[in-house]
Design a protein around this ligand. Structure first.
Ligand SMILES: [Mg+2]
Ligand SMILES: [Zn+2]
Length: 168
């Protein structure tokens, strides 16, 4: 089985902008490449797991999302980092109905387990919202980190709240 490092996208890989869909608005967060390299070197497979309700809401299309994702994956590759797959939830419960992939649900993590034979218990997740952490706990991950750059969050089910990706 393989260990994985699961990364939320908005607020972990890139600076959060509401309903980001354009390459020119995508700013990588300091430390993200080093974090990925560190775990890649330890043998972890890297995945993105992201809620993208902007698709259900019609703010951007699935092909807009795919274009941005291909570009992002190439940027990682340029740094010698391989993202195995970017899982995304295009739904929103009030628009497209309930689904099993939108975090805090664990659908995307379970899908990765199936597709890539992931040892979820010994995998790691980094998120910036408590719903990211909840998806990790539901999927049975023991190690998750809440990235809180502004240092405003006092409580989390994550094993650690970090204000820099370099603490992970
Ligand atoms: Mg986020
Ligand atoms: Zn979904």
């Amino acid at each position: 089985m393989n260990k994985a490092l699961f990364l939320d996208r908005d607020g972990v890989i890139n600076v959060e902008i509401n309903y980001l869909s354009k390459i020119e608005d995508f700013i990588f967060i300091d430390g993200i490449f080093d974090l990925c390299k560190k775990y890649q070197d330890k043998g972890y497979l890297l995945f993105v797991v992201t809620n993208q309700s902007g698709i259900a809401r019609g703010f951007y299309s699935e092909s807009d999302f795919n274009l941005l994702t291909s570009w992002m994956i190439k940027e990682f590759l340029n740094k010698g980092i391989k993202i195995q797959k970017a899982y995304f939830c295009p739904h929103h419960p009030e628009i497209s109905g309930e689904c099993s992939c939108r975090k805090p649900k664990a659908g995307m993590l379970l899908e990765a387990k199936k597709e890539f034979d992931i040892d979820l218990e010994n995998s790691i997740l980094v998120g910036d919202k408590e719903r990211d952490i909840e998806s990790a706990i539901t999927a049975g991950l023991k190690e998750s980190y809440l990235f809180d750059e502004k240092g405003v969050c006092e409580e989390s089910k994550a094993i650690k709240i970090v204000s820099s990706l370099r603490e992970i």
